[in-house]
Design a binder for this molecule. Structure first.
Ligand SMILES: [Zn+2]
Ligand SMILES: [Zn+2]
Length: 274
């Protein structure tokens, strides 16, 4: 059973519940040894077009002001109160938008680690969201952002690395894990393995797959991706709850992911070295 989780959100992102102390209390109850808080970090308006910002971002992240005046103090409060019962790490989940490395480093200056989620990228100059329909050209753009982001050295873990498959459609408009997906998987695993960056098997992919009407199929975590990942002996892999609800810290979905990893024979790191 899980003893740690490093992917935990709060109500500050506007699509999750609870504050750090609520997750910390639950984690202690569950017997966790470590808990990393990693809510969606602030995204400056000017990092993208007005349209993209308003459609996909304005309501899904904390603001910079909330980061400093609410999030960081709430983390310190949780550590002061429960730090003797559980190791609490301070983190955020952020994008990589090239040219803004200093900004991410500035956020990280107050934290222990950064989770890297690729939700936003450009493809042929067009802004894409990882939940949009993407074709074989776009997934290479997702891949470039993932690989180049990891190379900056700013991030500790690439969360849901297989998210590129979520809206993937091949030339015939079908969703199949084809040679392009295989190539993207290799590039991501190769880079993560060389740089010692963790890749995360994401538990929230199950709920997200159900949201899109799939009962028994998971869009992510994707078996084909992790079968390839398994062939990289030095690759560090962890399970992440991506908890948006307090009960997500250990749920039926978490159990299903633990079983998935066990059946695949993935070598899961119980803790993230931070
Ligand atoms: Zn979220
Ligand atoms: Zn997340």
């Amino acid at each position: 059973m899980l003893k740690a989780n490093y992917h935990t959100h709060t109500k500050l992102c506007n699509h999750a519940e609870g504050m750090p102390k609520d997750y910390v209390k639950k984690a202690i109850e569950l017997g966790f040894v470590e808990l990393g808080m990693s809510d969606h970090g602030p995204v400056p308006h000017e990092f993208m077009s007005e349209k993209e910002y308003i459609n996909n971002w304005i309501q899904r992240n904390m603001t910079l002001e909330e980061y400093y005046t609410i999030y960081l103090p709430a983390l310190d409060e949780a550590i002061a109160k429960y730090g003797d019962k559980i190791k609490i790490y301070k983190g955020l989940e952020v994008e990589y938008i090239p040219g803004h490395e200093e900004y991410y480093l500035g956020l990280k200056a107050n934290l222990d680690y950064l989770n890297f989620g690729v939700h936003y990228f450009l493809s042929e100059g067009i802004e894409k969201n990882s939940y949009d329909d993407v074709d074989y050209k776009s997934i290479y753009d997702y891949c470039d952002i993932a690989v180049n982001g990891m190379k900056t050295g700013i991030y500790n873990c690439l969360v849901h690395p297989d998210l590129f498959y979520f809206g993937y459609k091949n030339e015939e408009g079908k969703q199949v894990f084809d040679k392009h997906c295989v190539e993207v998987t290799h590039r991501i695993c190769q880079t993560a393995s060389e740089l010692g960056i963790y890749l995360e098997v994401n538990c929230n992919g199950l709920a997200n797959s159900r949201k899109y009407g799939l009962k028994n199929e998971w869009l992510y975590p994707r078996k084909e991706f992790w079968e390839i990942a398994k062939t990289y002996p030095n690759l560090k892999i962890i399970i992440g709850c991506d908890a948006h609800l307090i009960n997500n810290l250990y749920s039926e979905d978490t159990k299903a992911i633990e079983k998935f990893c066990q059946e695949l024979g993935l070598n899961i790191s119980p803790f993230m070295k931070i």
